[in-house]
Design a binder for this molecule. Sequence first.
Ligand SMILES: C[S@@+](CC[C@H](N)C(=O)[O-])C[C@H]1O[C@@H](n2cnc3c(N)ncnc32)[C@H](O)[C@@H]1O
Length: 447
Amino acid sequence: MSNSSKNISLLNLKIDKLQKEISYLTFCLENDIKPDEYETEDIEMIIKSKKVEVSNLQSELDKILNNSRESDLTPYLNKIILGDCTEYLSKLPKNSVHMFLSDIPYGINLDEWDVLHNNTNSALLGASPAQEGKSAFKRRGKPINGWNKEDRQINQAYHDWVYSWAQQLFPVMKEGAPVLIFGARRTISSAIAAMEKAGFLLKDILAWEKSSAHHRSQDIFKVLVKRGNKYKLTEQSFNKMSDIEGLNVAAPTLESLLNIEFDKYDSFIKAVKNINPKLAKKYTYELLEIALADEKVKQDVEKWKGWKLGNLAPYYEPIAWLFKPYDSVVTLTDNVLVNEVGAINMNVGKINGREPKNILKFDFTNEEEKVHDAQKPIELIKYLINIMTREGQVILDPFVGSGTTAVAAKELNRNFIAFEINEHYHSLANKRLNQEIKKEHQIALEI
Ligand SMILES: C[S@@+](CC[C@H](N)C(=O)[O-])C[C@H]1O[C@@H](n2cnc3c(N)ncnc32)[C@H](O)[C@@H]1O
């Protein structure tokens, strides 16, 4: 956390603490209750003095957020700045940015940069045995000891993290300017609440629809069939095998296991493996279910067959569309005329001749190289920039990753401000941007 962010967070905490005390004292006063912690009878006076303290702290905060800002945006334009964006957001000039578009960290422990809490009760960034060697879901971040109190505070910590920079961002945006943040379905509500606390208003939640998605769900019967105390192949089991294609041919090879009892699932599978390793690997769960002779577990398996643990296939990601409310003009149209933001360009937004919907279906193009775990398709980012800004306007992405927003803005003749904290991603982003610049020169030469 940068020093200015630390100061801001400390002031916020002090203000929150005082405000809680004020609410408590007001409640006592209104309900004729004497708060034990206070000697004096004059609760009204204590409330007043606490309100003065809040207002002093608020002015100190306002000073940091508003008074130490630079007046010129040029030094920040059209380059990807390596560093912690929270050191810069409180310096950017007021009312200077036309659009905020950022795929902010989601707070779901995707990688080191996405861990935004101090909770150590989770299997953070580790892999479970089932995940080893798989390309998707390399990290789990799932609590080892269940969802305890600390685990349930992860979203609150994420909210506070978003709030710490959203407050710095608020003065930077032009009145009426769109503020788009990508988020995870399970944490975006906290990000929206933090943005609203900082002063922005929510307009809509767009859905980015993907054509494929990694889907994590586990068959309950697969978990259950391993829980038995007794596994035995019987004559009847052999008949069941003949109903399953693939197993029907191989069944006779397991005849030597007939009527042998195993008390653990893995000793049974090991015995099958000794006879036919391929069979043991390919039909582990079918064989376990067929051999399961533990009546209690068998009942559970039957009851939960076809049920899964997990989510429905996640084919969309939410994009919260907020805006900075305007107060210097009266109507939306006036604001569009004065600040040149807040309208949608329907001419460029039409897809197959139809007006834009709030479900946006975009994929990576074949030419697009995927270099960042959280990379977004360039066409999606270009679309959003195109419908919400005009040429020459300024787009800010303080969490630019591999540089997608910067490349899209450059391609569309917009200015951009971009930050990235990680050196590796910063250099990848610069590489992508330079390729874009080279492409532009090439086109100019051809013309
Ligand atoms: C979700 S990724 C963005 C990926 C991007 N949309 C792309 O297409 O490549 C978020 C990025 O924010 C960066 N980041 C996290 N905290 C940051 C901070 N305080 N300042 C600047 N960058 C930060 C991370 O390193 C990560 O690359």
